[in-house]
Design a protein around this ligand. Structure first.
Ligand code: AMP
Ligand code: ZN
Length: 147
């Protein structure tokens, strides 16, 4: 619990929310400024800022709840699909510094705009790939270590 965190206050009940699900590790409620009706936020009860500092166990619990809730939310609002999103750091649009996943119900032909599709200049995609691979060179994980 972080004193000035609005999502910690929501979990504690100090700020009201439209809760749709809660267990020992995870809390889910409706976004007050929804991208679409039923827009849901799923948050770990333990405070972390984003995916870089969230504990593995908190992430696991949270994403499994996202998996369970998303199709139910979709059906409840008669949507045809959904986006799952997570903003990380203010540059990405993160406004609340408590890790959260968005479930955004989508309907065929709705006007919600996703990020535009950009372009690489000639040779640029290989350069970007190299930069990322360099950053990954000390990370040697097997899939079993990831879980
Ligand atoms: P993000 O931009 O990824 O940090 O998303 C934060 C989300 O939290 C926004 O979509 C806000 O509309 C939503 N939000 C902020 N305060 C509240 C609140 N008190 N209750 C419900 N949703 C909130
Ligand atoms: Zn918090």
């Amino acid at each position: 619990m972080i004193k000035d965190c609005i999502f910690c206050k929501i979990i504690k009940g100090d700020i009201p929310s439209e809760k749709i699900y809660e267990d020992e590790h995870v809390y889910a409620f409706l976004d007050i400024n929804p991208a679409a009706k039923g827009h849901t936020l799923v948050i770990p009860k333990n405070h972390s800022e984003n995916i870089t500092d969230i504990k593995k166990e908190d992430l696991k619990h949270t994403i499994f709840v996202v998996k369970k809730l998303a199709p139910k939310v979709m059906e409840a609002v008669s949507a045809d699909g959904f986006n799952i999103g997570m903003n990380n750091f203010p540059a990405s649009g993160q406004a609340v510094m408590h890790s959260h996943f968005h479930i955004i119900p989508r309907k065929k032909g709705d006007a919600i705009k996703l990020p535009v599709q950009g372009k690489y200049e000639k040779g640029e995609i290989e350069k970007v790939k190299k930069l990322i691979i360099q950053k990954l060179k000390n990370i040697k994980l097997t899939s079993s270590q990831l879980l």
